[in-house]
Design a protein around this ligand. Structure first.
Ligand SMILES: *Cc1c(COP(=O)(O)O)cnc(C)c1O
Length: 358
């Protein structure tokens, strides 16, 4: 009817993973942390709720920026908190991408990048990964050379593998910005503390971080970007004045002030991840070695949709994903299962049910 912008009429919109609100599910579909956040978060939330909710929050989140900067070894003006790292991605698209500008990202990876590019009205181009999830760097660089914005999740989703800093830096567009989406960065062998930003060639790199995965706070909605102050200052002009509320800033501040709890939860997830991978291999799945809090697996039968449905019938929710237009996949559609690493008992149940299904 021409009411919406053509870009909006044309797209389907991003479809998030299922979020059943009733209890009783083993929920392994959206990469939440199975363990609770630091107890200090609840204390801070209660205290903030008893404080002055009638006044607006600090628009620049000064205490949060100071503490996050300390953790990452930068100055506070390198930090920009947002309502989840997804909001940071939106802010980045709005800040840097004009209609006709090229936005590029690896494929298969996080589908939201494509949706955000389409909403903004930029051109988008997928950088096809090889079947083993490695880069064809020459082909990718031919595209990123023309890009205004390149978005790369590292570790990648849905595969869980991680690329080297050198590979990432070689993809920084000469006339644009590269976003290194580190939503899963804390689960990797050598978690980053933004050292990469100090290397030559990283002047136009923005790292995004999330509290939803390693910090067990998907329900709070908080993430932050780390980048040179010139980039952050421009993004501040674009953001809503009060994009982070009093409660999430208080909770996030408490969480990042207690790295020990986060690191203990991450260590538990990493141990269970290895058990899950071994169990899946035993059942005949091909499993990509993961540096994240999930694993990507495929089964020689290719019956991933049926496996997903059968698990769902047993109240275990996993993510069935398919990526059309992958030339090396049978039928041109790569598909498989992405399984979030839950607690040990949850993963025991998953493996038991899988054994009876396959
Ligand atoms: C989960 C996820 C995000 C979103 O994080 P929020 O802070 O919850 O918005 C961003 N990027 C990737 C790759 C993710 O998997």
């Amino acid at each position: 009817m021409g009411l919406f912008r053509p870009n909006i009429d044309r797209i389907e919109g991003y479809i998030p993973g299922e979020q059943p609100q009733e209890r009783g599910w083993i929920k392994l579909n959206t990469n939440e942390n199975p363990y609770p956040p630091s107890p200090r978060v609840v204390e801070a939330l209660v205290q903030a709720a008893q404080g002055r909710l009638n006044i607006y929050p600090d628009p620049l989140a000064t205490p949060f920026r100071r503490v996050a900067a300390g953790v990452f070894g930068v100055e506070p003006d390198w930090i920009l908190p947002a309502n989840g790292s997804d909001e940071n991605l939106t802010l980045i698209l709005r800040s840097f991408v004009d209609p006709q500008d090229l936005v590029a990202y690896p494929y298969p990876s996080y589908i939201l990048y494509e949706t955000l590019a389409d909403i903004q009205g930029g051109q988008h181009q997928r950088l096809l990964l090889r079947p083993d999830w490695s880069w064809d760097l020459a082909a990718a660089r031919a595209v990123t050379a023309r890009a205004k914005l390149v978005l790369i999740p590292n570790p990648n989703s849905p595969s869980g593998n991680r690329w080297s800093d050198d590979e990432i830096l070689s993809l920084v567009p000469p006339q644009g910005v590269l976003v290194l989406d580190e939503a899963y960065g804390d689960f990797a062998d050598h978690p980053h503390r933004a050292e990469l930003l100090r290397r030559p060639g990283a002047e136009r790199v923005i790292i995004t971080r999330s509290f939803s995965k390693s910090f067990s706070l998907a329900g709070l909605r908080l993430g932050f970007a780390i980048a040179r102050p010139e980039l952050i200052a421009g993004m501040i002009k674009v953001k809503d004045s009060y994009n982070c509320d009093t409660l999430s800033l208080a909770g996030g501040l408490a969480a990042i002030s207690d790295l020990t709890t986060m690191e203990q939860n991450v260590a538990a997830v990493r141990r269970t991840r290895e058990r899950l991978a071994a169990g899946l291999t035993k059942l005949g799945f091909d499993v990509v070695p993961s540096q994240a809090n999930f694993v990507w697996c495929t089964h020689p039968t290719g019956r991933h949709k049926e496996i997903y449905e059968a698990l769902k019938g047993r109240k275990i929710l996993v993510r069935f994903m398919k990526f059309p237009e992958v030339p090396y996949a049978p039928g041109g559609v790569l598909n498989g299962l992405r399984l979030t690493v839950g607690t040990d008992p949850e993963i025991d149940s998953l493996l038991r049910e899988l054994a009876s299904i396959v």
